[in-house]
Design a protein around this ligand. Sequence first.
Ligand SMILES: Cc1cc2nc3c(=O)[nH]c(=O)nc-3n(C[C@H](O)[C@H](O)[C@H](O)COP(=O)(O)OP(=O)(O)OC[C@H]3O[C@@H](n4cnc5c(N)ncnc54)[C@H](O)[C@@H]3O)c2cc1C
Length: 414
Amino acid sequence: MKRYSAFAIAREALRNHTGWERAWASPEPRKKYQAIIIGAGGHGLATAYYLGKNHGIRDVAILEKGWLGGGNTGRNTTIIRSNYLQDPSAAIYEKARSLYETISQDLNYNVMFSPRGVMMLAQTQHEVRGYERTAHANALQGVTTEFISPARVKELVPIINLDGPRYPVLGALWQARAGTARHDAVAWGYARACSDMGMHVIQKCEVTGIRQEGGRVTGVDTTRGAIDCDKLGIVVAGHSGDVARMAGFRLPIESVPLQALVSEPIKPCMDVVVMANTVHGYMSQSDKGEMVIGGGTDGHNNYTQRGSFHHIEETVRALIETFPMVSRLKMLRQWGGIVDVTGDRSPILSKTPVENIYINCGWGTGGFKAIPGSGWGFAELMAKDHAPLCEAFGLERFREGRFIDESVAAGVAH
Ligand SMILES: Cc1cc2nc3c(=O)[nH]c(=O)nc-3n(C[C@H](O)[C@H](O)[C@H](O)COP(=O)(O)OP(=O)(O)OC[C@H]3O[C@@H](n4cnc5c(N)ncnc54)[C@H](O)[C@@H]3O)c2cc1C
């Protein structure tokens, strides 16, 4: 595949853009692959990419029931940060964040990583103590964060109201190299690189059954016929319970809608990401000028990819106290995705009761930021049956009571 470069842009400008190749191929499924990944979201595609790049496994198909990136990857609000409390979380999220720094060069695809800084407001004394503790933990983990004063918050975000009547701003946990990236470009960049390695990204191909013999996977049934494989990775956020059921095991997760909305575009007014977890709202400004707004999950399980209307009202109401300017914004559009949430708010990256089936799920409301690190670790797990980044995230932790409690870092936050 031809590389994208400044020279290529100039060349194509001169010949009316007739020489661009398709970014990825659309092949017919083969009868058999060494490895199949179900789900062409960011995590599935990144897993395939690192299987090829780090482990030389390139006989891989990524099967997607819709279009690639059309699940949560293309619906999220793109916050990237790694200021988690527990060591295994900090390790995998910081690996991901550091890969994001150079991923555009690595994939030869501009994912528009913007390390503009993320702040998590402390609006109760409890949060002040919690975030101070996280800042200390991050220092020990080698993750650069700091607890900043209200005056510094105001300096970074002039439009903020520090003196809200219910929840004044008492400080914030600040990660200067956190930020955002263009969500669908992450999926497209990985897909293009996988296709370039000879892997098959197969869209409109829903997995409807998982075949096994003697406790070992042999292949999958799909809407485009049966396909055999030696190894199978299930990476289908929001549908993990459903697909696990096809393989004959249950998962300790719930599927719930999470929604977001954007305002009309306005002049640049905020160049960092702000999360207000006490009131359940967060906001950033997109490159187009829209204010990107999100809140917590809906309180009930469903698969509709919509979310309930009253939740939008709650989220906007929550933000108005801290950002009075929001009350004068017109909202442009709203959408939802289905996220799978575990009891300890940490993901599952694990072998399963069926030999050679591996599962990557449970990223809940915050898995976009983890895509490169998760793909890196999960590919190693699939290739070698063991991966240091994934070790703590096995399914057995729910049986053994070894939870990785991130409810403060990930309960509402993204
Ligand atoms: C509104 C919203 C805001 C969010 N904000 C953030 C944020 O700011 N920061 C952050 O880090 N995270 C955020 N997230 C979470 C993040 O989007 C997800 O954790 C992440 O995208 C999960 O990626 P994935 O690749 O695992 O899943 P997905 O992108 O959902 O991909 C799974 C794919 O599997 C496919 N699939 C399912 N069943 C089958 C089947 N039977 N056969 C074939 N294919 C199948 C689906 O069609 C889908 O494309 C947000 C999520 C939402 C919904």
